[in-house]
Design a protein around this ligand. Sequence first.
Ligand code: ZN
Length: 201
Amino acid sequence: MQLGLPFGEAGARAPVVDDALAPPTAGAIAPIYFVRHRRARRYLLRVEYDGRVRVTIPRGGSRREADAFAQRHVEWVLRQRAVLSRSRFSADDRRRLRAQAQAELPKRLRELADTHGLSVTRVSIRNQRTRWGSCGRDGHVCLNWRLVAMPQWVRDYVIIHELMHLKRLDHSAAYWRLVAAACPRYRDARQWLRAHGPELR
Ligand SMILES: [Zn+2]
């Protein structure tokens, strides 16, 4: 489910946090930390929800190259942080809401999946800047932690939107009929998201 704001977030799953690698990268880009990821094929840079920079080091990569890579992207990092600083959520808010999302959203997703006789293989809570949620062919549903800052009925619509993708991975008329049957207020919810979604970034 697209939010309509292009934003670079290059992610890698199940990383090994490498806190032992104390970052010498001083100044503009701090705070920064490095993780090694065996499956990563290139260096990746991400600005976390709290403004920290995370650099992923691929297999065979080095700390020194990772540092140089980060330095080459200082401008990008500062732009991403500027976007974060315009967010209505402080770093504390984000930390609290993410914890709340982790506690509430998977539970609610499974409840709604049960109601509609669907099975979800995996649920992840993500810091997506461009989507409220996503659903993979393999039944893996990702939900944006910002859902917990929405009214319950809008949150439920987003969850149902992703759940119905377990039946159809498109946005065809047939797909929207499934959504309408499961969530009669879906048009109101979409309107709410268009009107208020941008405030949640
Ligand atoms: Zn969709």
